[in-house]
Structures are given as structure tokens and as C-alpha cells.
Design a protein around this ligand. Structure first.
Ligand code: PAF
Length: 291
């Protein structure tokens, strides 16, 4: 798969660092900007919105497909995480994708799937999802750092669905003085409001229908907090509704958008975030809002 040429209409796929760097260096020399969309594959409309937004910026669009073992906990779904490479490449062929970087685990982690050096963004990684998935954001920050070093993009695109991840990456880029612009794209939802996610594949038809309650509850919090109700009261109520509808709730909180800290009375840019379980499937979602 190391070839950069593909049959007609399909984007070129490269699985090694040397060839990727050489192609990108050539584009940079020719004056092209590099716009990067990192993914773990199993592409859905949310990923494709990132690619579309990347295309709209001009320059060369580079997409990576890499299921990163470092961001999966011991009891998480690394083995069963959906891998749909051929479908992904075919979905990408509908866009202008100049390169798909699809390395194996041995390329990214030559020392047996591990990395001795870890990138940690401590405060942001320890709260909310970090409390439930202690190594997750270290795994994300480390692999995104590596991918940034390989691709050396001018701009990288991330979805707002993973809002905490987006802030971790922004903080990392700022703290480590990386010359990369981070752009975000709004969450793409199914018709019933369920946020697009690769893990939605694990839901059966009934659960998919039921999952829409999560977005309804978050919308209700936004509406009532906007009308002056206290956030703590509204997230408590949302949590009760979710439990009554069969969800197990990790958290439902209202936080400040800029740093996910508990809001002060005069904060106006807020976000409601939730993580819940439906059976064995963990769903996260959020809605940013202004008072
Ligand atoms: O959001 C994702 O798909 C992953 O966390 C990312 C950013 C590609 C890193 O593996």
C-alpha cells in the first residue's frame, strides 16, 4: 500500500513516513498550504464535513487514517473498533483529497505499539472525560503531536463533537509553540439529533432511536439556562430524565467554553456537555451556547 498512485478517482494512499514527507515537502516548496484532517477511519458525515471544510481553504488536503492504540483504555474497544478502509477511501474520493496517510501501528509506534515519550496537557486532560478515561487525552495528544510532526500542516481540522479533545489540542499547540492553526467544525447530527460517531455502529435500531433523548435533554438545558434557570438545577434535571429513560450517566455539566472550568456568574460563553452509556455504548455530546 506504500504507493502514492491509485486507480482512477481514488485518493493516493501512503503508509510510510518518508514518502509522506517527500510529497508534502514538494507541495510546500511549490507554495501550497497543507490542510490536515486526522481521523481513525470509519468515516461518517462528521469526518466528511471536516474534509469539505479543509477543501474550502484551498491548498492540499491530507487525511490520516490511524486507529491509535494509545488512546484506548485496557477495557475499551481497540480490537473491535470499526475498520472500514476501502469504504473510507471510496467516501474520500468524492472530495479533493491529495493524500491519505494510513500508517500501520509499527510505523507510528516502532517500539511494540508503545511510546516512551508522552504528551500530556494536564489540567484539561484530567477533568470530565479524563476522569473516566485517564489515559485517553495523553494518547490523543501524543499521536496528534506525532502526526503534526510528520505532516507539518499549516492548518488542522477537528470536530466540535469531541469538544474537550479540541481544547486539549489547542492548548498543546499553544504551549508547545506549534505553528499550526486549529480550526473546528460544528457537530454533524443524524435526523433525530444523535451526534455522528463511529461508535453509533454499536447501537441497535431501538437504541439509536432512544439515543436521540440525549440531544433533546441537552437542548432543554440550553433553553432553560438561556431563560435564566440555574445551570446546576438544569443539569441535575437532565441527568434524572436520562436515567429514567435507561441511560447510565457519567456526567452532564455546564462549563465555560474557553477552558471547561466551572462558570462564574458573569461568564456568557457556555457549553453543556454530557457522557452517558446506553447499554455497553458510551456516547458523548455537547452544545456550545451564548447567554
Ligand atoms: O478524533 C479522533 O478521531 C482521534 O481522537 C484523533 C484526533 C484522530 C487522534 O487519534
Amino acid at each position: 500500500m506504500s504507493s502514492a498512485s491509485q486507480p482512477s478517482g481514488l485518493p493516493p494512499v501512503v503508509d510510510n513516513i518518508e514518502q509522506t514527507r517527500a510529497l508534502i515537502a514538494g507541495w510546500k516548496q511549490a507554495g501550497d498550504k497543507i490542510i490536515f484532517v486526522p481521523t481513525m477511519g470509519n468515516l461518517h458525515a462528521g469526518h466528511l464535513a471536516l474534509v469539505e471544510a479543509a477543501n474550502a481553504l484551498g491548498g492540499k488536503t491530507v487525511v490520516s487514517i490511524f486507529v491509535n492504540p494509545l488512546q484506548f483504555g485496557k477495557n475499551e474497544d481497540l480490537e473491535t473498533y470499526p475498520r472500514t478502509f476501502d469504504e473510507d477511501i471510496s467516501a474520500l474520493s468524492k472530495y479533493k483529497v491529495d493524500l491519505v496517510f494510513a500508517p500501520g501501528v509499527d510505523v507510528i509506534y516502532p517500539e511494540g505499539g508503545k511510546s516512551a515519550s508522552i504528551v500530556d496537557v494536564p489540567r484539561l486532560s484530567a477533568i470530565l472525560d479524563g476522569e473516566y478515561r485517564p489515559d485517553f487525552f495523553k494518547g490523543v495528544a501524543t499521536v496528534v503531536n506525532k502526526l503534526f510532526n510528520i505532516i507539518q500542516p499549516d492548518t488542522a481540522m477537528f470536530g466540535e463533537k469531541d469538544f474537550q479533545q479540541l481544547l486539549v489540542i489547542r492548548q498543546m499547540v499553544k504551549d508547545l509553540s506549534m505553528p499550526i492553526e486549529i480550526r473546528s467544525v460544528a457537530t454533524v447530527r443524524e435526523a433525530n439529533g444523535l451526534a455522528m460517531s463511529s461508535r453509533n455502529h454499536y447501537l441497535d435500531d431501538e437504541q439509536r432511536h432512544q439515543a436521540a433523548v440525549l440531544y433533546d435533554c441537552l437542548e432543554q438545558v440550553v433553553k432553560l439556562v438561556g431563560e435564566g434557570e440555574h445551570p446546576n438545577y438544569e443539569v441535575g434535571r437532565a441527568s434524572q430524565v436520562l436515567q429514567a429513560k435507561g441511560f447510565r450517566v457519567d456526567y452532564v455539566v455546564v462549563r465555560r467554553q474557553q477552558d471547561l472550568a466551572v462558570p462564574e456568574a458573569d461568564d456568557e460563553s457556555l457549553i453543556v456537555l454530557a457522557a452517558v452509556w446506553l447499554g455497553s455504548v458510551r456516547l458523548i455530546d455537547n452544545i456550545p451556547f451564548e447567554l
